[in-house]
Design a protein around this ligand. Sequence first.
Ligand SMILES: [Zn+2]
Length: 141
Amino acid sequence: MSDTNHCVSKKLAKQPGVAVFVLEDLSSIRTQRRGKKMNKWLGSWAFFQQEQFLAYKAEALGKKVVHQDPRYTSQKCNVCKHIKRTNRHKSKFHCSNCGYQTHADLNASRNVRDDYILSSTHGTEEQGSVNTPYVSGNSVS
Ligand SMILES: [Zn+2]
């Protein structure tokens, strides 16, 4: 497991164009509805180690690792921001408001990223370094 974690975290840390890694705040992670398998993995030693590896490899490359409150990120639609518990069906996300469909973890991780950007007070420098460009203010479609 350590070898795998080293390998995966190295690849993640080296992702070109990514300067900030936004991770879910672990203290509230088990309160999310994610299914038994995912909760077990998130609460495991292996996951904790993965975070540690990513943090020091990313920091060695001059990148940053931050933690973000994951509240509602698994229920919120990343497209229209509609929050409803039933939007999530196990690994699938299907927005009852706009009809957007994707993998539930992908939708949730995009929400974690966007929540961090919205709550960030570090200025525009970091916003530009996020993998997918973010359009701020009222111009979000
Ligand atoms: Zn939606």
